[in-house]
Ligand binder design. Structure first.
Ligand code: F6R
Length: 249
């Protein structure tokens, strides 16, 4: 696991957007895994600015989003499909039909299975961008999720509902279920970049880097992957052990 710690959130976005742009230049048919939430917004802003200035070509890129709330239609302003359209897809030349977000309406169990099938057909994801919950969730794999989980329907924990109420008018409006790529679906990605900022993420980052691999902190499963880069700010890194100092001889 490679760890990069910056002083500011904007430096995280600069590095992650640069990596994404360079990766598209190397592989026009990139399969890119994307997250929603507040963590990647600055990165998406920089990708849009780059598209406007440098015309990076997204026309052959395919994207897979990690998750979607159950019960929210794509047109719903709080749905993750709407978020992605607004924050990125509508502002670059990606083909909408090449952007996949789980379908939170109808038979969601069948939708989850269909999404997993699609991931296998179109995948593997070459590069996956991940955020992390204060409770150590990745995508919506909440504490207790098994390491071999595929895309599935989850009950969101009170901690996640509380953390996400800031996006809704009130806590009562936050959906209580979601469809999420599973831990194993995520670990199939060839490369993973996890981003986090702020003190609230410090414990989860500690468990990700130093903790034992346990369902109690689903982020810890990432230790089993051989190509993970963790890019965080100093507040999120504040509980990490200082690097081991090599004795001079
Ligand atoms: C969102 C997702 C979640 C978020 C996490 C952090 O697609 O998969 O795991 O990455 O809840 O959210 P923010 O970035 O809002 O702190």
């Amino acid at each position: 696991m490679k760890l990069v710690v910056f002083e500011t959130k904007s430096e995280i976005a600069k590095l992650v957007s640069t990596i994404i742009i360079e990766t598209i230049k190397e592989n026009q048919k990139l399969v890119l895994g994307l997250a929603t939430g507040s963590s990647p917004i600055d990165t998406y802003d920089l990708l849009i600015k780059d598209y406007q200035k440098n015309h990076t070509d997204w026309s052959q890129v395919t994207t897979f989003n990690l998750d979607e709330y159950v019960g929210l239609a794509p047109e719903h302003k709080k749905s993750y499909r709407y978020f992605m359209n607004e924050q990125l897809f509508n502002k670059i030349n990606i083909k909408k039909e090449n952007t996949y977000v789980p379908n939170g309406l109808g038979n969601v169990t069948a939708n989850a299975q269909a999404y997993e099938k699609l991931l296998v057909e179109k995948g593997p994801i070459n590069l996956q961008i991940l955020g992390i919950g204060t409770n150590g969730h990745i995508a919506f794999n909440e504490p207790g999720t098994s390491g071999d989980s595929k895309t599935h329907v989850v009950d969101l924990t009170t901690a996640t509902i509380e953390a996400n109420k800031r996006f809704f008018a009130s806590v009562k409006d936050v959906p209580t279920k979601a469809i999420t790529m599973g831990v194993d679906s995520i670990l199939q990605a060839q490369a993973i970049i996890l981003i986090a900022d702020g003190q609230a993420k410090a414990q989860a980052i500690y468990e990700l880097v130093h903790g034992k691999i346990t369902p109690d902190y689903p982020c810890s499963y990432l230790q089993a992957h051989d190509n993970v880069m963790v890019i965080i700010d100093s507040a999120a890194a504040s509980l990490l052990k200082p690097p081991t100092i090599q004795p001079k001889n």
